[in-house]
Design a protein around this ligand. Structure first.
Ligand code: LLP
Length: 381
């Protein structure tokens, strides 16, 4: 598949002039398209899509997804507040706890959002504070997957969820406080491409779900991959959706009850809708290397430095330039501050505008003001 830039050269020049660079640009229509495709691919009547807003909590994006009918998955009290102020009612927000204090748990409880408890301690804390209530728990089914080890969130190496061998103890603690376990959640990892991997997680989860007679919903988490590299094929969401719905429908038939099916996509909904626009500010050579220096760094887009992730780059000012083997590096005082290592790209010149593709997810969201450089601007078009 050939990648297309999110902006053409004229648009990039105009936006750079108006807003300056570095600049995150998001396209509303691409978010809507991704949401409709994913949601429409799951032929199950009680499906809810919780957008994992850790991927990008831009207020405009939350608003777009609210209009589409999404719910929000939050992982901090800050994200819960962002969702509430974007107009999502508490009934359309879930909260996934990970190593939170009793105080934070109590604060979240007060908001009335759906909470997925992540440890045996949290079940006991919830029970003390609110006996006779309904709870959901995050399960680690001993199985994880993902593009790289940093983004695998299931299996023995993972800190997340209640390990499945601890579930009898979880049930005992819950019954001590007369808590009804009405929900199970899992998230096995991120940027998954093979539908079989996701479906394996679905089946494992449902084999565990048979032990929970009072269930009202099962949440299979996010993890739907997007093709960052031009040669990658997109995830077959239709097939994944059809099969997930078929497996879940059979589970519900066997129970004699139609439960809610929930998923938590983050990246899938926003990654391809966003790009980071930056400008070439310096160029230097060492024996064997050309370093193209740009006016941003890993403080604005950390994925290449942190995970070794690939982001496609377009030189919008010189798209037809002769290819040159370059490293694209940022303005942060660290050697690990790179975007591209030894990649053939059209010759870069001073002031050229470069566009980093697929930066709508975990781009701005993971930015910092390291070196006391300001965060980039963001616009939704
Ligand atoms: N649900 C839970 C409980 C999660 O922890 C996550 C992501 C998601 C849903 C959404 O996953 P997605 O559909 O976006 O794969 N910063 C990394 C990704 C970390 C994801 C953490 N959890 C990256 O840039 O690749």
């Amino acid at each position: 598949m050939n990648k297309k830039p999110l902006l053409n050269s004229a648009e990039a020049r105009r936006l750079a002039k108006e807003h300056g660079t570095p600049l995150y640009v998001y396209r509303k229509n691409i978010i809507q398209k991704a949401f409709r495709l994913l949601h429409g691919s799951i032929p199950f009547p009680r499906t809810k899509v919780f957008y994992a807003c850790k991927a990008n909590a831009h207020a405009g994006i939350l608003k777009v997804l609210k209009q589409e009918g999404a719910c929000i998955e939050a992982v901090s009290i800050g994200e819960v507040r962002a969702a509430l102020s974007a107009g999502f009612p508490a009934s359309r927000i879930s909260y996934t706890c990970s190593n939170i204090s009793l105080e934070e748990l109590l604060a979240v409880m007060k908001t009335g959002v759906r909470v997925h408890l992540d440890s045996l301690n949290q079940i006991a804390w919830w029970g003390e504070a609110k006996p006779n209530s309904k709870i959901s728990i995050r399960v680690n089914r001993g199985f994880g997957a993902g593009e790289n080890p940093h983004i695998v969130t299931g299996g023995k190496e993972s800190k997340f969820g209640i390990y499945y061998t601890d579930l009898p103890e979880a049930i005992r603690i819950a019954s001590r406080y007369r808590l009804k376990i009405v929900g199970l959640q899992q998230h096995i990892g991120s940027n998954i491409f093979d539908p079989h991997t996701y479906l394996k997680g679905v089946r494992l989860m449902l084999s565990t779900a048979t032990r929970f007679p009072e269930l009202e919903f099962v949440d299979f988490g996010g993890g739907f991959g997007i093709p960052y590299r031009p040669e990658q094929k997109p995830l077959d969401v239709r097939r994944l959706g059809n099969e997930t719905a078929a497996i879940f429908s059979e589970f519900c038939r066997n129970r004699g009850k139609t439960l809610e099916l929930a998923i938590e996509p983050g990246r899938y909904l926003v990654a391809e809708a966003g790009a980071l626009l930056a400008q070439v500010v310096d160029i230097k050579k060492t024996p064997g290397h050309t370093f193209v220096g740009i006016n941003t760094g890993f403080n604005h887009l950390i994925r290449p430095a942190f995970y070794g992730s690939y982001h496609h780059v377009f030189n919008l000012s010189n798209p037809k330039g002769r290819n040159e083997l370059v490293n694209i590096v940022g303005n942060i005082c660290e050697s690990s501050d790179f975007f591209v290592k030894r990649r053939a790209l059209p010759k870069a010149r001073l002031r050229d505008l470069l566009l980093f593709a697929d930066a709508g997810a975990y781009g701005y969201a993971m930015s910092s003001d390291y070196n006391l450089r300001e965060k980039p601007k963001e616009i939704l078009i």
